[in-house]
Design a protein. Sequence first.
Length: 272
Amino acid sequence: MFSRAAFILVAVFWVTMNVLLWRAEYGPRSLLGGEMPVAVVWRKVLMAQDASPLEIRHHGRRVGFCRWAASVREAQVPTGVAAAETSPEGMIKKPIGYRIVFEGNVALSGLPERLRFDARAEFSTNHDWKEIHLRLTLRPKACEIHATAADETLRLALDDGATRAEHVFKFSELRDPQALLEQFADPLSATALNAGGLLSSPQGPRALAGGVKCEARNDWIKIGQTSVRAYRLDIHLIDRHRAVVFVSRVGEILRVELPDDLTLLNEQLTNF
């Protein structure tokens, strides 16, 4: 079961990587939709000052908890620089990038204990990704993925508690998803993933990533009896899967709606 969950994580990561590659090449022309640019909302998310604590629900039942936090990375002040020359406390003088941390745990049917996940991503000042690190843990087993844009490599490490195996891939190798299926997935996982069309697109990864459409618009979300303004992101993947993300005006994640009635709900909304 853990090997299946680990491979599904690899599959999701593979799709994410190709989407990011597609965005880097075609994003400025293709990611504008609805009433406002997606880039405006993404910048709000990266600049959010507060973390977003999210409750994970499946078919309305709480199954886990996660935390989304973004921060701005700034250049280190050289040693010996006078205090008067530095920015006031809380003010960022020279941002050099952004960091996102997404961590939590979830209880899945068929697993003996909670599955824990930890994702960290680094972005440049122009919002291009630089590094992504994912860790999935089901004690004593663990799966780690680390990708860097500079050398275009992905490192996969699998640890079953007794042995550890590592594999390094170039991004070009990810264009052959069937090979990954044969190398890492058991037949049941391969059948399920192929049925979902996530990795077996005959048009290849670029076409798969190109099938992602994202639109942003102004919307409203209810908090208790009050409706407040929010940004809404509609994400369509290969015309089969759809996700909706509600973001506050200051960049906090309020609600995420995923396929199979999986929902991430900000704690401030669960109290109403």
